[in-house]
Design a protein around this ligand. Sequence first.
Ligand SMILES: Cc1cc2nc3c(=O)[nH]c(=O)nc-3n(C[C@H](O)[C@H](O)[C@H](O)COP(=O)(O)O)c2cc1C
Length: 312
Amino acid sequence: MTSAVAVDLTVQVGAVRLRNPILVASGTFGYGVEFAHLVDLNRLGGIVVKGLSREPMEGAPAPRLCETPAGMLNAVGLQNIGVRAFVAEKLPVLRKYDTAIIANVFGYCVDDYVEVIRILEDAEGVAAYELNISCPNVKRGGMQFGGDSSLVAEVVGAARKAAAKRPLWVKLSPMVADIGLIAKAAEGAGADALTVANTYPSMAIDPWSGKSRLGNQTGGLSGPSIKPITLRLVWETAKAVKSPIIGVGGIETVEDVLEYVAVGATAVQVGTASFTDPTVSQRLVEGLERALFRAKTFTINQIRGKVFADFG
Ligand SMILES: Cc1cc2nc3c(=O)[nH]c(=O)nc-3n(C[C@H](O)[C@H](O)[C@H](O)COP(=O)(O)O)c2cc1C
């Protein structure tokens, strides 16, 4: 018997059934279709597309990426083609693949989020929305949506009303004093699942010029350096809410996936690792299947939240 038939990798993120728990993270895999010649997209649990805004955005000035020890900084500035072009040009190609398409949505005021969802609601082929709430709210002096429970409740509540057809995932900011409180606010306002978490605001300086290595001065830290911090955030979130959690931060290996599952994640997303190896997500699916088979763990659901069983 091969491992392919013996191990059940399917997971249920609320109403969304995924063929396996490995998704690719927003902003690190384009709109999916660009990777179709490298990765068998049908093997992935899901594809979270680049963040979509109401209108196209040009993004931040170069340089936009910079390598750091065990990670990288990015200041892409949420460049994207806009939700209408996504629906017209990318989605018709993407929805031919047999994988869950998650539309990552962002905005700078509540109406922006609502409008992007309203446009997506009329389109076919989206399995769920993922709200990126690590954005400044221009109507509240630039305060980040994701850092304040009442702003989280407001934006999630409005998005919930707009998203009549589909599940709503909310991607939390890691820059919060108490992620449990924020997670509860999102769940209370109608989130069906929580993605934990986004990048960590950081800087990198060229020591000789004294200037930032990024055109935007600051950027978001991602990759293996953030994994221990984000693991702790997933664990805190799992203690606070009942909603399924999608863990994302520094995942490169099968062991990384198992660690996230142990602290309560139902699924995971792979981001920065795709920059060094664009096929890593597919390799993780195959590696996870083999590893579980060897460990005689025939369903991924058997090991979720194991850390709670051991330590309460
Ligand atoms: C270049 C780049 C662009 C990103 N763009 C987005 C985005 O548009 N929306 C979003 O919610 N997250 C975005 N992210 C955050 C990732 O989806 C992910 O949460 C983060 O990088 C942590 O995972 P990782 O350590 O596996 O990269 C971006 C990350 C990178 C590196």
